[in-house]
Design a protein around this ligand. Structure first.
Ligand code: SF4
Length: 283
């Protein structure tokens, strides 16, 4: 079996066992321009699904500029609609600006605001699909366990359910190892952006990734076993119910008066305004 057939078969099985996706479903893929989301698009097209792409430009220079070119190139070549949105247009600042404030860990800002936009712009689709693969998800299981994120731990997995607030999220590559995605990208000439996000080296996840990769050298099946065991556990635990209010600013789901995204945006914009007025008064 070729690498393409192998991944297509795993994705098909993931859809069958964990979702109710059909060939008539309207799917939106979160395209980062990296190998994972482009291979995912390629596999979905080969399986005959109706897909469109959504690219969130966080404003991380030059990393995102390169991946935007890759995403545009691929989607143009395959005639896929690619919708583009940006932090700058949505929130008034880029990630590069936000990082300079030092108010939050870069990945907290980036992850929170990116998830917020992906949900906001996917509401009219059957599901939002992401390129998370087996290696990412093995890390996620351990992070949620080590940090005792009870809700996230019980709600991870290959798919979520849609509800009043959230679009269904699906990870079709959940059971596909990263090395297979790399092999696929090479074989089918999918451009792989080798530039790293400048903020990636300082995350908890990147440290854990190194440890997991090193352990997997002596125990190659470890990540797969971890996910399979997690799926057994997950089926036997009840996710804590999480009631949501409406964010008074944006109308999206919130745990308080303001949602996490609006809270971050307000603090960052206030900080940036203060800093620029301080600079102006010194000049
Ligand atoms: Fe965003 Fe952090 Fe990923 Fe960089 S490493 S793209 S800042 S989540």
């Amino acid at each position: 079996m070729s690498i393409k057939q192998e991944i297509m078969s795993v994705v098909k099985q993931t859809f069958q066992e964990h979702t109710s996706i059909t060939n008539n479903s309207k799917l939106l893929v979160a395209v980062s321009g990296g190998k994972d989301s482009l291979v995912l698009l390629d596999v979905l097209l080969a399986l005959g699904y109706d897909v469109q792409g959504l690219f969130v430009d966080e404003g991380i220079s030059p990393y995102r500029d390169i991946s935007l070119q890759d995403a545009r190139g691929y989607c143009t070549q395959k005639k896929i609609s690619l919708h583009e949105i940006s932090f700058k247009e949505e929130f008034g600042f880029t990630m590069d600006d936000a990082v300079k404030t030092g108010l939050y860990h870069p990945c907290t800002i980036c992850g929170t605001l990116r998830r917020y936009l992906l949900n906001k712009y996917s509401r009219q689709y059957t599901a939002l699909l992401t390129g998370h693969h087996l290696d990412d998800e093995a890390q996620t299981v351990l992070i949620n366990l080590f940090r005792a994120h009870t809700t996230l731990f019980s709600r991870s997995g290959p798919s979520t359910k849609s509800n009043k607030w959230f679009t269904q999220k699906i990870k079709p590559l959940y059971f596909v190892p990263e090395q297979d995605i790399i092999a696929y990208a090479k074989e089918y000439n999918i451009t792989v952006n080798t530039t790293k996000c400048p903020n990636s080296g300082i995350s908890y996840r990147s440290n854990l990734r190194k440890e997991l990769d090193s352990y997997s050298l002596s125990t190659p099946e470890f990540k797969k076993q971890l996910l399979n065991n997690y799926m057994v556990l997950r089926n036997n635990i009840t996710a804590p119910s999480q009631p949501f209010d409406t964010c008074q600013r944006c109308g999206q789901a919130s745990n308080g008066t303001l949602c996490m995204a609006c809270t971050l945006v307000e603090r960052i914009n206030n900080h940036l305004t203060q800093t620029s007025s301080c600079k102006a008064s010194k000049e």
